[in-house]
Design a protein around this ligand. Sequence first.
Ligand SMILES: [Zn+2]
Length: 246
Amino acid sequence: MGTAEVFKRKNKQNEGVLSQRQVGVSMEISSAKIAELVKQVLADMETADRGVVVNANEVPVGVSNRHIHLNKADLETLFGAGYELTPLKDLSQPGQYACKETLTLIGPAMRPIENVRVLGPLRSKSQVEISMTDSYVLKVKPPVRESGKIAGSAGITIVGPKGVVELKEGCIIANRHIHMSPADGAKFGVADGDTVTVDVEGKRRTRWYDVQVRVHKDFRLEMHVDTDDANATGIGNGFKVKIVKE
Ligand SMILES: [Zn+2]
């Protein structure tokens, strides 16, 4: 029974024995008391909320399917001069979005992977992120890397409606990483570039080591893994994993 309901019932019981004037007074006291109690309950709830987050060390997961980041020159080769990306859906990290545009990937196997999503905004260098399973289909050998570190990574061919781009490098398997704000970094006691261990209590429980922490003021708390990792553990978007202290 809610606090307000308790007070209502109490007042109802009193009505029989109290004069009209007394009831009025009693009602007045009750509403003031209710307001005070509600305030206290809300304050307690807020404290409890904070407690859960701090103690659990939980991080929501975002599963990254294979995708492509493009620079302006490659965008125009693939889609035509002056072409601009069409944003389709905002991603969890501020400023990042999935686009309407998709492309085809081809490697030495000559077996294409079609409908690979382009993510915006444009970057200074094009980058293709695939899973290890994809790499077997394409017969490319991308290194496991932090996004953006593409020097010496694998080559791959991208086919678009208006042209073909042969990347000499830029194909990687993204490493497991956690995006977080400086405030979250302080809460978890980690800094940008640190690595942590993560417990995954999915359908097939496991533990991920050497998970890179990426701290930036624009980041929202989220761990990114690829489809191989998600499928291996039986988890999906929004699943909560835990940072563990060893
Ligand atoms: Zn990420």
